[in-house]
Write a protein that binds this ligand. Structure first.
Ligand SMILES: Cc1ncc(COP(=O)(O)O)c(C=O)c1O
Length: 454
């Protein structure tokens, strides 16, 4: 039986597939929310310390990480030409996770961290590693022999599976990836070439995860990475906040209440954007405002937050299809763990049509020579919604924020390993939907009063 849903304005927009900005009425001051959460700055520091312990090994396993000292990190890029083309006031920057080494997407942050955490625990428990050791020791035959006994398993729309497959294969674990029907063929192919077992499902992401969870429960040697509930994944994403802070400082960009940071994060099940929101709130408090971006047919996190039902409701329940070209965001049911975690931290959400994602994909390539997959372009719409919709203008006015004082960061979340032929197709599609007269975001709903009622 489908749950009954109160038909408030945001629900009407979600149900109708109308792109819109939703400002979260439950967001509270950081100092009120953070102390009551189950994770704190020490957990973030602990995760970062683990990443540093593994850095020498990572540089050994993936020579491309050598320049970054073995850390998986992306650049914070100025985007002056795109800013000019889109007429965005203030600072406008791109966090280039589309170019993240090793796995080429934001999912590498959580996925790789979680497998490293598992590897450390196994090796320490077996007496083969001390925290003070150089972790290159994990390449010793005795450790490899231990790791061969385990299989890491995960359900994925593609990019998480790709990240987990890369690191598991490099460390010597077995690896089994359950891919949803949205996963692109080239991602599966590349993993198979690395010796990873790829199990293809005809169903969506939520079902692929359920299948993976069930299969893992029946086998003690399988370690299941739970994209819907994992604290370690969440912390792996959250450590990005330390790096972003350092990058802003090195570019002399000051952030405070009057000069806030607005961050726009494409959202699937919620782990990556949720973890990063948490990390940023810890480091910047009320000076940062995070918004998630979702496709109009797959707005699972927005739906979960708006209704307060989190993972108890799916986009199918309101008649949506979950069909989108943004494969990484094609998720019908959000993570309940993440939804509840961020419900008082997240400033809002906006939804986008696929054509608009392609327009931004094209604009990024045209003006900044940056190549991304469709999911990854969603954040570019953030300033458009904040500055040009009635809802956004009202939000800024209420918060007394001058548009020229904002530093906007659009988080680009994937693209590095998209094959050239696929990328050309994406860009051609972008060009075909990009007409000189049309605005990058169409149909922004003028719905401020409606949303306030909700
Ligand atoms: C390119 C890309 N962007 C964003 C996301 C969203 O991450 P999450 O599912 O953790 O919300 C994904 C997820 O796979 C992705 O592949």
């Amino acid at each position: 039986m489908k749950p009954e849903i109160k038909d408030a304005a945001p629900i009407r927009n979600l149900r109708a597939g109308t792109p819109f900005l939703w400002c979260n009425p439950k967001v509270k001051k950081a100092e009120k929310v953070l102390p009551g959460l189950p994770l704190h700055i020490d957990d973030l520091r602990d995760a970062q310390a683990r990443q540093y312990r593994f850095a020498p090994l990572m540089a050994e396993l993936f020579p491309e990480l050598g320049v970054a000292g073995g850390l998986i990190e992306s650049e914070l890029l100025p985007a002056g030409k795109l800013k000019k083309a889109l007429h965005y006031p203030g600072n406008f920057l791109l966090k280039a996770d589309n170019d993240l080494p090793v796995a080429g997407s934001i999912k590498a942050r959580g996925g790789i961290y979680e497998v490293l955490h598992f590897a450390e625990k196994r090796a320490v428990d077996a007496g083969l590693l001390k925290y003070s050791d150089n972790y290159v020791k994990l390449l010793d035959p005795a450790v490899r022999k231990l790791f061969r006994k385990y299989t890491v398993s995960v359900g994925s729309t593609g990019n998480l599976g790709f990240s987990i497959g890369m690191i598991s294969a490099a460390l010597g674990f077995g690896c089994r990836i359950h891919m949803s029907s949205d996963a692109k063929a080239w991602k599966k192919e590349r993993l198979r070439k690395r010796g990873v077992t790829v199990i293809e499902h005809d169903s969506d992401y939520t079902s692929a995860v359920a299948e993976a969870r069930k299969a893992a429960a029946a086998d003690d040697s399988v370690y299941f990475v739970d994209d819907e509930n994992s604290v370690n994944l969440f912390l792996g994403y959250a450590t990005a906040a330390f790096r972003l802070k350092a990058q802003l400082e090195s570019q002399n960009i000051g952030i405070d209440r009057k000069h806030p940071l607005f961050v726009y994060l494409p959202c699937g099940v919620g782990g990556a954007p949720g973890g990063i929101t948490f990390g940023l709130k810890i480091l910047f408090g009320n000076a940062v405002r995070c918004f998630i971006a979702e496709p109009v047919e797959s707005p699972c996190m927005t739906l979960g937050l708006v209704t307060g039902r989190h993972s108890e409701i799916s986009v199918y329940d309101i008649g949506l299809t979950n069909a989108t070209e943004a494969d990484g965001l094609a998720v019908s049911r959000s993570s309940g763990f993440v939804g509840k975690f961020i419900e008082n931290l997240l400033s809002g959400a906006f939804t986008l049509e696929d054509d608009v994602l392609y327009k931004y994909l094209w604009l990024l390539n045209r003006h900044e020579s940056v190549k991304v997959e469709p999911s990854a372009a969603a954040g570019i719409a953030g300033p458009e919604f904040l500055l040009r919709s009635e809802e956004g203008a009202g939000y800024l006015e209420k918060a007394r924020i001058s548009p020229e004082n904002i530093t906007h960061v659009a988080w680009l979340t994937g693209g590095r390993f998209v094959p050239e032929t696929e990328m050309k197709k994406f860009i051609r599609k972008g060009a075909s939907v990009m007409t000189a007269a049309s605005l990058p975001v169409r149909n922004i709903k003028r719905n401020r009063k409606d949303t306030e009622k909700s």
